[in-house]
Design a binder for this molecule. Structure first.
Ligand code: ISL
Ligand code: CA
Length: 567
């Protein structure tokens, strides 16, 4: 019983809503909670089990809501607490769950905790954040006087000088996102109490933003400066830092243990290793249910996302295969191609031109038939593509805007060169609004959208795909239904095949006398597949992205899943 309840998420599929870009109900150009409520039947029809809602809390929106000024209220731009109650009720009525985004590595600088902390050196909340004096011998406030050499993820130093007390505070992200000091037990208690408040209101769990950054080496040493970079990399001092397992276990004890019902926790963990992920997700250790790892989304660039390179399929298979093996016995994988920080997968790993629909389905089929819990990012189920932004003025994301400024102004790079480099992997690619209908602005808003709608909404939209049996949308429905209906998809063991093949992704799943063979062609060229077992050619096809079955030979971007009995 306990085991079954704990493992409900093995047969579940999660759908991520990035509220700002999902559906706008009141014509102000920004998606909102009533807009989501209006699409609940769409989500039910798709078949997903859980909705992960990116932040809707009160926020100055320096980082689109990942900078929170009140954890226990809804930002008016998204609606009200009453709207959120209605969303929870509407999901629960339809048999779906809601997990909220939990952003507690940092707050907004406009959060009252930070206002109190910055007010004076003897404020009771001074120690809730990371305050440090200037580097010894340096004049406070001048460039280079920062307490250490770390750079922020959003360009510039990771320290901001604060006139009021003559000290610096740490911010791994924007200077409006000061890092909370988890060494302080009052900080941890305040976060746990806020989490309990949300669970008591009926939410079903949390996606935890950069949760493996919360424990830092308090000595905050300088980090290595790589490849002509302007700043040091502090990662070794905060990625899965010294007390991280202690904190996550404590959080589990204080928030989740003793609660009934099927809750879900997923920790976003850039830089996490597979060995550490096995510890984080081992049910016996009681930390989190699963983690988002970043290895497979780091294979198509050289260190920095602004230095893109071509993906090698053998690298992708080696990476995902290692994660499948590493969490096979203990722990559990999450599976994702995209989210609000990643480009659109059909543009990234598929072909968003002639084979857009075929390759979008192939990518979906490959991902969802791995062992793990799949996550769908809004619009992925339509095969939405990257956006061709014509100029920096069309961009909205603080990460890409700050990078552009630093590259063109501080490093004197040519604007056209910088624009070309940011095109493939910038976060705005995923943040253009969901395309609902072929009409103006894809039916996202009746006003002016906060970021342009992709002009391909006329060809790629939900309304049209709902009515076409062979659409990308209907392919996702079938995939989700497979996971719900077939224990081999949810529970089966995983074995990677053809690790050295640069064109074909191939693996098997096995479960109680049944075997599933999954093949995907990552090229527009025909492929002859030899897995050393010709008997497979006659097996039954349970899903494919071409109308007819074709044995083991794959046509352009073909996906096929075959099943047979091993008895
Ligand atoms: O990959 C990264 C570091 O290795 C970074 O891109 C970053 O850690 C990652 O994108 C974290 O993302 C999350 O936290 C950010 C927010 O901007 C993102 O939207 C969120 O998903 C700060 O809250
Ligand atoms: Ca709105």
């Amino acid at each position: 019983m306990r085991q079954a309840r704990r493992d409900w998420f093995r047969s579940a599929v999660v759908y991520q809503v990035y509220p700002r870009s999902f559906a706008d109900s009141n014509g102000d150009g920004i998606g909102d909670i009533p807009g989501i409520i209006g699409k609940l039947d769409y989500l039910k029809r798709l078949g997903v089990d859980v909705v992960w809602l990116s932040p809707v809390y009160r926020s100055p929106h320096d980082d689109n809501g990942y900078d929170i000024s009140d954890y226990q209220d809804i930002d008016p731009v998204f609606g009200s607490l009453a709207d959120l109650n209605e969303l929870i009720a509407g999901l629960h009525q339809r048999g779906m769950k809601l997990i909220m985004d939990l952003v507690v590595n940092h707050t907004s600088d406009e959060h009252p905790w930070f206002a109190e902390s910055r007010a004076s050196k003897d404020s009771p909340k001074r120690d809730w954040y990371w305050w440090r004096p200037a580097r010894p011998g340096c004049q406070p406030g001048v460039p280079g006087a920062e307490p250490n050499n770390w750079g922020s993820f959003f360009s510039g130093p990771a320290w901001q000088y604060d006139e009021a007390t003559g000290e610096y505070f740490l911010h791994l992200f924007s200077k409006k996102q000061p890092d909370l000091n988890w060494e302080n037990a009052e900080v941890r208690a305040a976060v746990y109490s806020m989490m309990n408040w949300w669970l008591d209101r009926g939410v079903d769990g949390f996606r935890m933003d950069v949760i493996n950054f919360i424990s830092k080496d308090p000595s905050l040493p300088d980090g290595p400066v790589r490849g002509g970079g302007l700043y040091g990399d502090g990662a070794a001092s905060f990625i899965s830092g010294p007390r991280i397992h202690e904190y996550l276990h404590e959080m589990h004890e204080q928030v989740f243990s003793g609660r009934d019902g099927a809750l879900l926790t997923v920790g976003e963990m850039p830089g996490v290793t597979v060995e550490d992920a096995a510890l984080f997700t081992d049910p016996e250790r009681a930390e989190v249910d699963m983690v988002f790892q970043f290895e497979h989304v780091g294979l198509d660039h050289d260190g920095s996302k602004w230095k893109p390179k071509r993906l090698r399929l053998t690298d992708l298979k080696a990476s995902l295969g290692r994660w499948q093996d590493g969490l096979a016995e203990r722990g559990w994988n999450s599976l994702y191609w995209g989210n609000h920080d990643q480009p659109r997968v059909v543009s990234r790993f598929g072909d968003d031109g002639a084979y857009r629909e075929t390759s979008a389905k192939m990518l979906a089929g490959i991902l969802h038939l791995h062992r793990g819990t799949p996550y769908i990012y809004q619009g992925e189920e339509l095969g939405m593509t990257n956006m061709a932004f014509a100029s920096i003025a069309e961009h909205r994301d603080i990460e890409v805007l700050n990078h552009y400024r630093e590259a063109t102004e501080t490093l004197n790079e040519a604007p056209a060169v910088v624009l070309a480099a940011i095109a493939p992997l910038n976060r705005d690619n995923a943040r253009t609004p969901v395309q609902w209908v072929a009409g103006p602005d894809g039916g996202f808003t009746t006003g002016t959208p906060w970021i342009a709608v992709n002009p391909n909404a006329a060809e790629i939209n939900a309304e049209e795909q709902a009515g076409q049996d062979d659409s990308v949308l209907n392919f996702y429905r079938r995939l989700i239904a497979l996971r719900h209906g077939m224990p081999i998809v949810a529970q089966g063991d995983f074995t990677m095949l053809l690790p050295d093949d640069e064109s074909v992704y191939a693996f098997t799943r096995t479960y109680e006398g049944t075997e599933l063979l999954v093949l995907g062609n990552f090229t527009p060229r025909e492929q002859t597949v030899d897995i050393g077992d010709p008997l497979w050619a006659g097996a039954e096809r349970i899903l494919g992205n071409y109308p007819d079955a074709h044995g083991l030979d794959l046509r352009a971007w073909e996906f096929t899943a075959l099943i047979r009995s091993t008895n």
